[in-house]
Design a protein around this ligand. Structure first.
Ligand SMILES: [Zn+2]
Length: 290
């Protein structure tokens, strides 16, 4: 594993190096893998990560090519939910919208439909996905968000969306700063992710942590910590969905000029550790085992 080039990271949200490992996960991770909770702000993150390029490669070459496709009903359902949530909150008709990590373009097909009427664009690193979007009439840039911003064709958007992608980068702050750069003044950022922390248990802890290398999913967001990540980026939260009994956490924020700090509070790390302990115990007792 050493030639994979791992580095240790401090808390992405507050910068603290004080972190508690979630020992309840030891049965579910490989021997050298750990997930930590920041003892200052309660953010759940993986400290030991490979390079940003190596993790991106793991997603595009090792995970997606095993046959993953977003064209399944469960994914379409959550994309439709998010499209409707954005439209209800800030309106989509006639707005320019950029999806970071556009994937196969299915979400953009929904928001550019007559029902929502947005003018869509995608930034996507996987060439086969770009081809699929081009074939579907969705304008896109093949490359990373940093490459797009540095390119001559770069422009700014009314709405930027990050759909189940922020957790899968090595650098969530970098992705959010790039999203900030892509937004027009007063533009809106929408982040959607799975909602599993400090909400009712909906699956076994085992099912939440096995399968892919732990650093392909470096971050796990509670609503407070996601609001915090927006705040430290200069994005003020304006709406969050009813995540407590929904499978999704969907948050919309508005770009500020960064002249004033935005309040955020994070979570108590003891509460997070206790939550994971109860999650494991209660789902072991009540959910069917394989
Ligand atoms: Zn922290």
């Amino acid at each position: 594993m050493t030639d994979e080039g791992y580095s240790e990271f401090d808390c992405d949200l507050c910068g603290s190096s004080e972190a508690e490992p979630l020992t309840v996960l030891q049965d579910y991770l490989n021997a050298e893998e750990q997930v930590h909770v920041c003892k200052n702000c309660g953010f759940v993150y993986v400290r030991r990560r490979r390079s940003i390029e190596r993790i991106a490669q793991a997603w595009s070459k090792e995970i997606f090519q095993k046959g993953y496709t977003a064209r399944i009903p469960a994914v379409k359902a959550r994309q439709t939910y998010v499209a409707d949530f954005i439209d209800t909150t800030i309106g989509l008709k006639g707005k320019t919208l950029c999806d970071i990590g556009g994937g196969e373009g299915q979400f953009l097909e929904i928001v550019k439909s007559a029902e929502y009427g947005a003018e869509v664009f995608a930034i996507e690193p996987a060439p086969q996905n770009c081809q699929m979007m081009t074939d579907a009439g969705i304008a896109n840039y093949h490359g990373t968000i940093e490459q797009y911003i540095a390119s001559k064709e770069s422009r700014k958007f009314d709405v930027v969306t990050i759909m189940w992608t922020l957790e899968n980068t090595q650098d969530c702050r970098g992705m959010l700063n790039a999203a900030y750069e892509l937004l027009k003044d007063d533009g809106h950022l929408m982040i959607a992710t799975g909602s599993r922390i400090l909400v009712p248990f909906k699956k076994r802890l085992y099912d939440y942590f096995t399968k892919n290398p732990v650093d392909t999913h470096c971050f796990r967001f509670s609503a407070n910590c996601l609001q915090g990540l927006m705040a430290v980026t200069g994005i003020k939260m304006v709406e969050v969905n009813r995540y407590i009994d929904t499978d999704y956490l969907t948050m919309i924020g508005q770009k500020t000029d960064r002249s004033q700090e935005i309040d955020w509070q994070g979570d108590s790390w003891e509460k997070i550790v206790g939550f994971f302990g109860r999650w494991d115990q209660e789902t072991r007792d009540h959910y069917p085992q394989d």
